[in-house]
Design a protein around this ligand. Structure first.
Ligand SMILES: NC(=O)NCCC[C@H](N)C(=O)O
Ligand SMILES: [Zn+2]
Length: 271
């Protein structure tokens, strides 16, 4: 199973609605307005990077009444042919799941489980799959009931919860950079999460400490590491370069959607 980690054939992505500029959810107190045209250009570069890595792209149209809809990762957890369609933690995002569920079930033929329980919530951004087990951030968006349903849906893997006191999602600052290698931000919340993972997980991982928390959100896709662009995170990009990872790397831009807390993993569901 470990050898197949990070192998995908299809990516589901979703277009960016104009409403992302004024209405997308933000953590910051003050809004830094997204330049929608630039965001679409960056999104296109991201999608092209996935295509170049051999993925077939399924693009859902953006929906104006769903300003956060490009962040499809939050709508489902896909593993070994099964998709758990989530119940997103913020009520403004609940409507996003219908189009995602439809495409996963009808077009891609996945076995779909839908999290419908009233008290359960989950954003896929809190779900870190290592190829061997799951870690689930317990955040403002994801709760114990959500984590329990994940464990029931994927009984072959252990699920360990990680409390997230500050920040949006677990994967905002902690992701898999390569098989058995976790990229972890150097900020206090990221390091706390890593200590939990290290102490309570079932498996051992090497750590790659990344100077900027936001740049610790990277992706390992078909043998290549996709990470932040050097002009956005110069120090962190350098860390990826000098880390002597045994895999090729590509840099992808994400300046605009980062203003509404979007990171690289958020923008696709990989199958
Ligand atoms: N998986 C992710 O990290 N998703 C980012 C979601 C950003 C969106 N503005 C939100 O607050 O829900
Ligand atoms: Zn995130």
């Amino acid at each position: 199973m470990a050898a197949a980690f990070g192998r995908y054939h299809t990516a589901v992505v979703r277009g960016i609605p104009d409403s992302v500029r004024y209405d997308a959810l933000i953590q910051a107190e003050q809004r830094d307005y997204v330049d929608v045209e630039k965001a679409r250009q960056e999104h296109a570069a991201y999608v092209q990077a996935l295509r170049d890595l051999g993925l077939k792209i399924v693009e859902l149209p953006g929906a104006e009444d769903l300003p956060d809809c490009p962040f499809v990762e939050d709508c489902a957890v896909v593993c070994n042919g099964t998709a758990l369609v989530t119940r997103p933690g913020h009520s403004s995002r609940r409507g996003e799941v219908h189009a995602v569920k439809k495409v996963l079930e009808e077009d891609l033929g996945l076995e779909v489980v839908h999290m419908v329980e009233d008290e359960a919530t989950m954003d896929g951004g809190d779900v870190l799959f290592t190829g061997k087990e799951f870690f689930v951030g317990l955040s403002n968006r994801t709760n114990e009931a959500g984590a329990r349903i994940l464990a029931e849906t994927f009984p072959d893997y252990s699920v360990t919860t990680v409390p997230i006191a500050r920040g949006l999602h677990l994967k905002c600052f902690c992701t898999m950079a390569a098989p058995d290698v976790m990229a972890v931000g150097e900020g206090p919340e990221a390091q706390r999460a890593w200590q939990e993972i290290r102490a309570r997980g079932d498996h051992k991982y090497a750590v790659l400490n990344i100077p900027d928390d936001g740049a610790a959100n990277c992706m390992f896709v078909n043998g290549t590491i996709m990470h932040c662009a050097a002009d956005e995170f110069p120090k962190s990009a350098k860390t990826f370069t000098s880390a002597r990872l045994e895999y090729p790397r590509v840099q992808v831009p994400n300046k605009e959607l980062a203003k509404v807390d979007g990171s690289l993993t958020c923008l696709s569901l990989l199958i």
